[in-house]
Design a protein around this ligand. Structure first.
Ligand code: ACO
Length: 323
C-alpha cells in the first residue's frame, strides 16, 4: 500500500517586514486593536522583484535541500495560489521552468486559504494512483497586491510568503504507525461567495480586483466548519483528538485558532501558531507554520500531525499525517 511521505519542507518570506505600527499612518487603526482582535504583530510584504513565482521557487529549493533531493527528482508540481504571476500560464509551470525541469507536469490549484490543504490532498492522490513518484506541493501568495490599502478591515490582516513540501510515494503496510498521509477531508460551499471574494477577474471586470471580506461573517462560520471537517478526518483516520501530537491550522486569526482547538479538545501547547509573525498568508500559511515547528524541533519523526485550513469560497479541509 502506497503512502505519500513528506521528505522535506522549506519556506521563503519577502525581505520587508511591516509592523502593525506602520498601519497607524495609513488607516484609522492601532497596533493594540490589531494584536487584540487578530494576534498579528507583523507581516512580510513583497517588493517589486518578489513575486508568487520567485517566492515559490525559493521555498521549493529549500524543501528539496531539506529532502536531500534535486529538481531532477520531481515529476509533479502542484502550486496552491490565488495570486498567480499571470492569468496564464500557470505559475506552477513558471516555477517548473525556474527549477530547470522539463519532464513531468505542473499546475496551479486555487482554493484560497485552503489551497495548500487541497494541493497536498491532490498530490497524494496522484502519488497513490501511480501517476507520479515525487511531488513538490507549494503554497505561495502575494496578497499585498490584491489588498485595498485604504480599507482598515482587511489590509491589516494579510501578508506575503511561500512554503513547500516534497512528497514521495513510499510502500507501507497501511498501519496508523506508517509515515505519510493517513486521511483527508475537503469541503466547499459557494453560497458564501459574497463574504470573502476579490471584486475583479479576467471574465468579469478584466482587472485583477481587490479583496473584500465581511470579517465578522467569516468568523461566525469558521469554527464550526473547521471542527466539522477535522472530526470527519479523525473518523477516517480512526483516531481521536487526544492521539494528536501537533495541530497546524491555517493562520488567519489567533482567536479562530484558539476557539477551534478548544472545541476539539486540543490543548494550545499542541497548536502551532505563526499568525503573529506572518499575518494571514493564505495558501502559504499552513506550510509556513509546519516548517517553523519542524525547524525548531517541535515536530519530530513519528508524530501525528493535523493540517487544517478554511478560506474564500468557502473552501475548507483537513489532512492527517504521520511525520
Ligand atoms: N482597526 C481599528 N478598528 C477596526 C479595524 C482596524 N484595523 N478593522 C475594523 N475595525 C472596527 C470596525 O469598523 C468595527 O467598528 P464599529 O464597531 O464602529 O462598526 C469594530 O472595529 C469591530 O469590528 P468587527 O468586524 O466586529 O471586529 P471583529 O472582532 O470581528 O474582528 C476580524 C475583525 C479580525 C476581521 C475578524 O472578524 C476575523 O478575523 N474574521 C475572520 C477572517 C478570516 O478568518 N479569514 C479567513 C479566510 S481569509 C481567505 O480565505 C483569503
Amino acid at each position: 500500500m502506497i503512502r505519500s511521505v513528506i521528505k522535506g519542507v522549506g519556506t521563503s518570506l519577502p525581505r520587508r517586514i511591516m509592523k502593525n505600527s506602520e498601519f497607524e499612518t495609513l488607516v484609522d487603526t492601532t497596533d493594540e486593536w490589531i494584536v487584540q482582535r487578530t494576534g498579528i504583530t507583523q507581516r512580510h510584504i513583497a517588493g517589486e522583484d518578489e513575486t508568487t513565482a520567485s517566492l515559490g521557487e525559493a521555498a521549493a529549493r529549500a524543501a528539496l535541500d531539506a529532502a536531500g533531493l534535486t529538481p531532477a527528482d520531481i515529476d509533479l508540481i502542484v502550486l496552491a495560489t490565488s495570486t498567480p504571476n499571470n492569468t496564464f500560464p500557470a505559475t506552477a509551470v513558471e516555477i517548473q521552468n525556474r527549477l530547470g525541469i522539463t519532464h513531468g507536469f505542473a499546475f496551479d490549484l486555487q482554493a484560497v486559504c485552503s489551497g495548500f490543504v487541497y494541493a497536498i490532498n491532490t498530490a497524494d492522490l496522484y502519488l497513490r494512483g501511480g501517476r507520479a513518484k515525487r511531488a513538490l506541493v507549494i503554497g505561495s501568495e502575494t496578497f499585498s497586491r490584491i489588498l485595498d490599502w485604504t480599507d482598515r478591515t482587511t489590509c491589516v490582516l494579510f501578508g506575503d510568503g511561500a512554503g513547500a513540501v516534497v512528497l514521495e510515494a513510499q510502500e507501507g503496510t497501511g498501519a496508523l504507525t506508517d509515515q505519510g498521509i493517513i486521511a483527508a477531508s475537503l469541503r466547499s460551499d459557494g453560497s458564501h461567495k459574497q463574504k470573502l471574494y476579490v471584486d475583479g477577474g479576467p471574465s468579469t471586470t478584466g482587472k485583477v480586483g481587490m479583496l473584500r471580506m465581511e470579517g465578522k461573517e467569516v468568523f461566525k462560520h469558521a469554527v464550526g466548519m473547521i471542527t466539522d471537517v477535522i472530526e470527519e478526518t479523525f473518523r477516517q483516520g480512526e483516531i481521536t483528538a487526544d492521539q494528536l501530537d501537533w495541530f497546524v491550522p491555517h493562520q488567519a486569526n489567533r482567536r479562530i485558532i484558539e476557539a477551534s482547538a478548544k472545541k476539539l479538545g486540543i490543548p494550545m501547547e499542541k497548536v502551532v501558531v505563526t499568525v503573529d509573525l506572518h499575518g494571514n498568508t493564505s495558501a502559504a500559511s499552513v506550510p509556513l507554520a509546519l516548517a517553523s515547528a519542524v525547524a525548531d524541533g517541535r515536530i519530530k519523526k513519528g508524530d501525528l500531525v493535523l493540517l487544517e485550513a478554511m478560506g474564500g469560497g468557502f473552501t475548507w479541509g483537513a489532512v492527517l499525517l504521520r511525520w
